[in-house]
Design a binder for this molecule. Structure first.
Ligand code: AMO
Length: 436
């Protein structure tokens, strides 16, 4: 046979001759028989070779091949009820080592996370690690489908900027032809600019950079952001409803495509949430948590991680829901571009979405009136000069609009029950990790 047969398709080639491409997974070399497990991205199969003695080229190769070598095997597929892997095995007729692995792998099952990330490509050869990115692919596909149905246009905004896009402190400067550029902390300004440009609804899945010296399980210095912005909204509720629709679709598709393997390989259950998700104002949430014994340090104006977990527990108890929208954050803890509801300058028309007690999204209706926007920036002590290009977008008739930003790795971490976004990122970037 020429071509390539995937291991998961072997059952349909019973008694036929196939060629399998994969890696040596396990060697069990016995006195009479050589048993070798070969792995490709779809599964494992056993090779069974009876030693032929001197002059048997297959015997010689299998005696010397190392684990994780890349091989090509041609042989006959035979039923063998004693074999646990699908009740079949391959009797090899030809074994080629395409690239030998050095002996003594740098990581094994006991390796810690840092070692694993140092050798990420070897770590990814385990099916449970790769499943994360198969799921990520489904997540993005579902998001794009919902966005397309909702009339969204997908954009790619610049990641090199002349001024910081969110707060100034968390920005990476880059030497740029004799001046300083900054890596984008968010597509925030550009997605709003697109709205000003008459693109009715925009979304982007792209890199976001944060110079945060954080070492928590939920922070990276570079991550993939999912950003949404919608024109002509009546209020922030419309934005929240769109996010509900998107997440329900994402989880339904992940459940249908990967639910069983997620349970089997990662022990996590994918629950498709009902709409609407519960909603609570930040003030109500804090009052209820305080009454329940939550006691943050200092004069808290926002939820700390312990408060977020406690609120999730409360919402789960009352509504059986894993998600909760927290709304109406005080103006003091939100960016200047958040809209404030009429007559209530102390709060913003904004929300965070918590899932299983972790923030996965920040969103808001934006302030679309130039004068008000300038006043809110000034109130925050910001200089208008560096913001001029952004503020210009509001001088010529920009519709009311709102949107949100979602961290893809956080979503995956919570979806798959992973302990950290390091495991939900192909190649993690943190303060101490720029390699590989
Ligand atoms: P925010 O700063 O809350 O909002 O970011 C949006 C979402 O991005 C994720 N996130 C992170 N993920 C990994 N590592 C980090 N260091 C990190 N920081 C944030 C979180 C978060 O909810 N412009 C606004 C969004 C908007 O209003 O549209 C913004 O950037 O999941």
């Amino acid at each position: 046979a020429t071509g390539r047969t995937l291991i998961r398709e072997l059952a349909s080639h019973l008694d036929g001759t196939v060629t399998v491409h994969g890696w040596i997974d396990t060697l069990r070399l016995q006195r009479r028989m050589q048993f070798v497990l070969v792995r490709d991205h779809t599964g494992l199969v056993q090779l069974a070779h009876r030693r032929g003695g001197e002059g048997d080229p297959i015997e010689a190769v299998l005696d010397t091949v190392t684990v994780e070598s890349a091989v090509r095997i041609t042989g006959k597929v035979l039923a063998n009820p004693q074999v646990r892997l699908g009740g079949l095995e391959i009797v090899p007729e030809r074994v080629e080592v395409l690239a030998a692995a050095e002996s003594g792998l740098p990581i094994d099952e006991r390796a810690g996370l840092d070692q694993r990330l140092d050798w990420r490509f070897l770590d990814l050869r385990r099916p449970s690690r790769r499943l994360v990115f198969e799921v990520q692919s489904t997540v993005e596909r579902a998001m794009r489908a919902v966005a397309a149905e909702g009339g969204f246009t997908e954009l790619h905004t610049p990641k090199l900027m002349g001024a910081a896009s969110e707060s100034g402190a968390e920005v990476f400067p880059v030497e740029y032809f004799g001046r300083t550029a900054y890596l984008a902390q968010s597509p925030q300004f550009y997605k709003q600019m697109a709205i000003a440009g008459g693109i009715d609804r925009v979304f982007e899945i792209g890199p976001v950079f944060r110079a945060e010296p954080s070492f928590t399980s939920r922070h990276a210095t570079e991550f993939t952001g999912v950003d949404v912005e919608m024109a002509w909204v009546d209020g922030v509720e419309e934005v929240m409803e769109f996010e509900e629709r998107m997440l329900r679709r994402v989880l339904a598709e992940v459940h249908a495509e990967h639910g069983e393997r997620i349970a089997e390989l990662l022990g996590a259950e994918v629950v498709v949430p009902k709409a609407p998700f519960p909603r609570i104002t930040l003030a109500d949430a804090m009052a209820r948590l305080r009454a329940g014994g939550w006691d943050p340090e200092g004069t808290a104006v926002d939820l700390d991680p312990a408060g977020e977990r406690a609120l999730a527990a409360l919402a789960a108890e009352e509504s059986g829901h894993e998600f909760v929208f927290v709304t109406e954050y005080p103006a003091g803890v939100r960016p200047f571009y958040h809209h404030r509801p009429p007559g209530r300058p102390e709060v913003t028309a904004s929300f965070d979405l918590l899932w299983k007690g972790v923030e996965i999204t920040t969103g808001a209706q934006r302030e679309h009136r130039y004068e008000v926007l300038c006043a809110q920036a000034r109130e925050k002590g910001m200089e208008l000069g560096p913001l001029a290009r952004y503020l210009d977008c509001f001088r010529y008739g920009t519709p009311p609009h709102g949107g949100f930003g979602l961290g893809l790795a956080r979503l995956l971490m919570l979806l798959l029950g992973l302990p950290s976004i390091r495991e939900a990122t192909f190649l993690f970037r943190g303060p101490h990790r720029l390699e590989p």
